[in-house]
Structure formats: C-alpha cells, structure tokens
Design a protein around this ligand. Structure first.
Ligand code: ADP
Length: 369
C-alpha cells in the first residue's frame, strides 16, 4: 500500500521565555498508508497537536520534511512550505469551528466558494455532503439552532465537500456526550469507507483511539514510544509507559535472585518465567483481568483478600503481594470474601526495568506552558 503521509526526521523546538527550549516533537518518523485510520495518542503535552499542525501546514519544522500524497509539502533544509489551503486536506477540530453567522448550506459551501467553483456544482456537492452527514433539510438553519452533534456534522460535511484524500481530525468528538461520541465514531468510519480518505485522528482517549484506528502512535514527552495496531500495542507494549497508557495496568516491583523471583517485601517466591539474562530489581506488569485468583496452591502466590468490591460487570479484589496492593478483576462467579486465603497467578506478565518511566515532574513541566 502506498504511503500517503510521510514524516521524515521531523523535529519541532519551541523557544520559550520561562522554560527555555522545549522539544515538542523529537525526530518523528511516520508512514501513514493510503486509506488508513491512524491515531496520535498520548497525554497532554506529548506533541500530538504540534505534529498535526505541521502536517496541516500551520507550523514550520525545526528539522526534517513532510510528504503528502507523494509530494513534498514541508522541508526545513529546502525552506519549502506549501500553505495549508494548497495541501488538499480536510480538517475538523475540537471546538465546533463552524461560522455562527452562516447557514448550514453556506458553512459547507464555503471551501468551494473560495475556490470559485460554479454555483450548480456547489449545490450538487453540498447536497451530497449533507446527505452523508444526515443534515439534509437543514440547509437554511443557523448552527446555533442545532445540537453539538449536528454542529460537528457540519464541520465534517465542510471537510468532505472538497473530496480530500487526507482528513485531519483533532479531538473532534471531545465536546460531545459519550453516547453521541460513539455514534459519530461509526459515522466517521462510514464516511471513510464511502470516500476512501486517509485519516489522522488525534485524541487523548485510549478507548476511542482503539475503536477507530487501524494503527496508532503512542507518544510521550515529544517522543514516539510505539507505533502498531491497537491489539499489538495492548498485548505487546514495548515500555511501561505504553502498558500503563492503554488499559488498566498492575505493576509489581520484584527482585530476581538465584533464578527466583521475589515481590518487594516478601520472601515467598513468585513463580513466573524469567526472561533470559534478567536479574536484580525489575518490574513485572500485568492487567487486573490477567491475574488468576484461586484456592489452589499450585504455582500460585499465597496471600489473602484485603478488600472485595462488587462492580456492575465484574468483581474487584485488592490483594497484597509483598508490600504492594494488587488489583484483580474477575467475573462475579469467582467468589471470595475479605480475609479469605487465596492464591494468585500472573498470566504471561511483561518485564520492564525499574527506571523505565519518566518522572511526573518531568511530565508536568511540559504541561506548564
Ligand atoms: P499535545 O497536543 O500532545 O497536548 P502539544 O503538541 O500541544 O501537545 O505540545 C507539545 C509541547 O510543546 C508542550 O510542552 C507544549 O507546551 C509545547 N508547545 C506547544 N505549542 C507551543 C507554542 N506555540 N509555544 C511554546 N511551546 C509550545
């Protein structure tokens, strides 16, 4: 499949008065394939929007280059910047960026009007865009009279009316209520199927990204941490950060001594496979629903139930493992009471070095600006 969006060694450094130079985007290399839905995911300040703005052409590059549909559109070394309006992109941003003083028809027609497309063609194309966003019949209405979901549909209609090959969506659903978000997700995917455009989707919401994406990039503090399919990222996170960011995580500090694993603060062995060459202090990671809770001592770590919490779709148990409290989620039929003796078994945990995480202080500094 052809690569439709290519970032080569893209770096963006902002110089600020208070905190000096901030590397918002550090040497990004990304290839987005034609027709793919590719998400940028990561906590606030990780560089998602800056990357999107560079692709759109609103921001220049400190280093590197960007290619769209086989054409170089930004290059710091060649001093080349194609302006946003000539990049052939459709864009939808977080705030409802529709013009309140224009009718639905005029909002959607706007990108065609400025290109001086003739009136008959404008009418046809706007009608088509409105049909696909369920806005037919609302042509003469002003956005203020419509719901949040409908307003965001106007923005979508305006983005598809020019028939773009690439669509940039920056947190387009974050102002909508949860039910509507889900509906709009399906609508975006349906539009993509119909028109065949490539999507870059920016969000800090992991489940939204997982539901909509073919592949995702997870970044942290201006660095790409991992790019893969949602499933691979969830099952094979390459760092503690990615593990923690996608879904719930349980991290247990352990020490590996003489070929055995001991949780911090315990002399009882934790019977899990040790990867080759691993010794000393480490962290093993798992998910609350990947820990088996049993009454059988076989291969299990002996402990007790500290707390039982009955939730709607699962039961949650807090169980001490060494000096740490571990969260376990089970179906309701697995039934223990507080203070019961139990055994826990970790199913295929992943190993990480102890110093794999950036400090909170480092992360907070980036969010101050
Ligand atoms: P995200 O979209 O992931 O929340 P951003 O791309 O907005 O992150 O920001 C990345 C980093 O760059 C942050 O530390 C932010 O404070 C900094 N930054 C973004 N825009 C500017 C700017 N115009 N001037 C200075 N720093 C900026």
């Amino acid at each position: 499949m052809a690569d439709q969006i290519v970032l080569r060694n893209v770096t963006k450094i902002f110089t600020t008065k208070t905190l000096g130079d901030i590397t918002a985007v550090d040497n990004f290399n990304i290839n987005v394939h034609e027709g793919e839905c590719f998400s940028f995911l990561g906590p606030s300040g990780c560089g998602k929007s800056t990357t999107l703005r560079m692709i759109a052409g609103f921001e220049d590059l400190t280093a590197g280059e960007i290619e769209l549909c086989g054409k170089l559109v930004s290059s710091s070394s060649k001093k080349l910047y194609i302006p946003p309006e000539e990049r052939g992109l459709g864009m939808v941003f977080q705030a409802f960026a529709v013009w309140p003083h224009l009718t639905v028809f005029d909002n959607v027609a706007f990108p065609l009007s400025i290109k001086r497309v003739n009136k008959t063609e404008i009418r046809q194309r706007v009608a088509e865009a409105l049909k696909h966003t369920s806005l037919t019949g609302l042509e003469d209405v002003y956005p203020g009279e419509l719901s949040g979901g409908q307003q965001q549909r106007i923005a979508l209609a305006r983005a598809i009316v020019t028939n773009p090959k690439v669509m940039l969506l920056d947190e387009p659903l974050s102002n909508l209520d949860p039910k509507l978000r889900e509906t709009m997700r399906f609508e975006i995917k349906a539009l993509q199927k119909k028109f065949g455009f490539t999507i870059i989707f920016v969000t800090h919401d992991q489940s939204e990204a997982m539901a909509i994406s073919d592949r995702m990039m997870v970044c942290d503090m201006g660095k790409i941490m991992q790019i893969d399919t949602p499933e691979n990222l969830y099952n094979h996170p390459n760092s503690r950060f990615v593990h923690n960011f996608l879904g719930e995580s349980t991290f247990i500090k352990v020490t590996v001594k003489g070929g055995k694993v001991y949780p911090k603060g315990s002399n009882q062995e934790l019977k899990i496979n040790i990867p080759k060459g691993v010794t000393g202090d480490m962290v093993v990671a798992t998910r609350p629903n990947e820990i088996e809770l049993t009454t059988s001592s076989e291969e299990g770590f002996r402990t007790h139930i500290e707390k039982r919490i009955f939730l709607t779709d699962r039961t949650e148990y807090l169980v001490p493992v060494g000096e740490q409290m571990v969260k376990i989620q089970t179906p309701h039929r697995i039934r223990f009471n507080a203070q019961d003796e139990c055994y826990v078994k970790f199913i295929e945990p992943i190993w990480y070095p102890v110093d794999d995480e950036k400090t909170e202080a480092e992360r907070n500094k980036r969010q101050l600006i």
